[in-house]
Design a binder for this molecule. Structure first.
Ligand code: NZQ
Ligand code: ZN
Length: 388
């Protein structure tokens, strides 16, 4: 295990088809005024909005509506949410939706009592909050990001063509998250598979780093196998509770800080994917899917032993009579085959990216150095071009 670290995760989870009832246990812990954060209306269609409003009323809460959080929440929406929270002196932020709502709630939480502009402070200067943080709770309706049990909050600035994530510390993580797999069953298939690929890639981003015999890698392999297994059931039958519940639980453990312990971690697929998102506003998981294979093929020679292990341990590739390169390549072909079965997008061109954008997308890509190879800007452009 690399380095020295602490481990603590403050988010309490309530999981299962009866989990919403636990809101009654959590709400009394917080003040009277609750900002109810949700997206474009899926929770109204499903009836979840009415259920939650009833529980809030039963608990004597004053509700401040904050609707219309868009996928890939923008800095303009964030500023609006902060204004709303200030004007109404809210005590608690309840996000009901996917990663976008949950991320947005965290970004609001650190900005309500802060004078600086949140974009400049948290996304350009990367400062930590030095003001009171409004507590956040989450009722999750989409499995993928892990936002329900982490400190991440990704915000998009279309004017600056930047999509940036700030991973905040423990105090910003949701106090609790309610995970009812049944809520995810109303997701359109495209969103379901984008979320599934997001989960898988979170695991890869942590797995493809380091050369030690690391417990986090064994955990990562188990999580990857579970995602692949359940995803193939869910694409055939989205109503399969067993598969959907395993996917939801795996999503949480894929990015709740556990499997990053003792790892340098890579995150370059996310960095490139986020910059594609800043230019196209495409669905997060699809941007990752589109750039993954060219990226992994590029870095494979530098982390060959790990790519071989990925092939044999995750995909069951036999190493008999093959070179390490052949085994590793077979692993990536197995990954590609699975992605095609899911139906995720394999081209940034299909997401709206054009040749003219490549230079800007590469410019907006934050280059990290925890993986097997530190990319140059030209190599980022090469990955993007191969995905056009
Ligand atoms: O807005 P509504 O109407 O609710 O519709 C949403 C949205 O259109 C819909 N949806 C969600 N649950 C549904 C549903 N539709 C029907 N039934 C349901 N049960 O799905 C669409 C996408 O929702 P969104 O929240 O945008 O998706 P996701 O959970 O993938 O979140 C994406 C955001 O999270 C960030 C991404 O960059 C992106 O901004 N990420 C956050 C991370 C973190 N906190 O650690 C890490 C991730 O890598 C990611 O970057
Ligand atoms: Zn992601």
């Amino acid at each position: 295990m690399l380095g020295n670290f602490s481990y603590h995760n403050p988010t309490k989870l309530y999981f299962g088809d009866q989990a919403l009832g636990y809101l009654n246990e959590e709400l009394p812990k917080y003040g009277e005024t609750v900002q109810l954060i949700y997206g474009g209306g899926s929770i109204k269609k499903s009836g979840l909005y009415d259920e939650i409003l009833a529980i809030l009323k039963q608990n004597g809460k004053t509700v401040v509506e904050d609707a219309g959080v868009m996928p890939n929440p923008t800095v303009e929406k964030l500023r609006e949410g902060v204004r709303l929270a200030r004007e109404n002196k809210v005590d608690f932020l309840l996000a009901v939706g996917g990663g976008s709502c949950c991320d947005y709630a965290k970004a609001v939480s650190v900005s309500v009592h802060c004078d600086d502009d949140p974009w400049d402070k948290y996304y350009i200067r990367f400062e930590e909050p030095d003001c009171e943080i409004v507590p956040v709770g989450c009722v999750l309706t989409m499995a993928g990001t892990g936002s329900e049990m982490n400190g991440g909050a990704v915000i998009t600035n279309h004017e600056q063509k930047l999509k940036i994530g700030h991973v905040f510390s423990d105090e910003v993580m949701p106090k609790f998250s309610i995970l009812n797999p049944k809520y995810t069953m109303t997701l359109p298939k495209r969103q379901m598979v984008a979320g599934i690929y997001d989960i898988f890639n979170h695991i890869c981003e942590q797995y493809f780093s380091g050369e030690d015999d690391n417990t986090s890698d064994y955990l990562a392999e188990a999580l990857m196998k579970s995602v692949v297994h359940s995803s193939l059931i869910a694409v055939k039958n989205p109503e399969d509770y067993e598969a959907r519940s395993n996917i939801m639980w795996t999503a949480t453990w894929a990015l709740n800080t556990l499997i990053s312990r003792g790892k340098s971690t890579d995150w370059m697929v996310h960095m490139i994917g986020q910059s594609v998102g800043a230019y196209t506003d495409a669905t997060h998981g699809m941007t990752l899917a589109a750039v993954s294979l060219p990226y992994y093929r590029m870095i494979m020679p530098y982390g060959l032993a790990k790519f071989k292990r990925f092939a044999t341990e995750v995909w069951g590739v036999s190493a008999d009579g093959k070179t390490d390169e052949q085994v590793a390549e077979e692993g990536l072909r197995a990954l590609e085959g699975w992605m095609k079965q899911l139906g995720v997008t394999l081209s940034i061109g299909e997401l709206g990216a054009t040749e003219e954008m490549l230079e800007g997308i590469a410019e907006g890509t934050i280059i990290l150095d925890g993986g097997y190879k530190t990319l140059t800007k030209e190599e980022v452009i090469q990955v993007l071009r191969e995905s056009l």
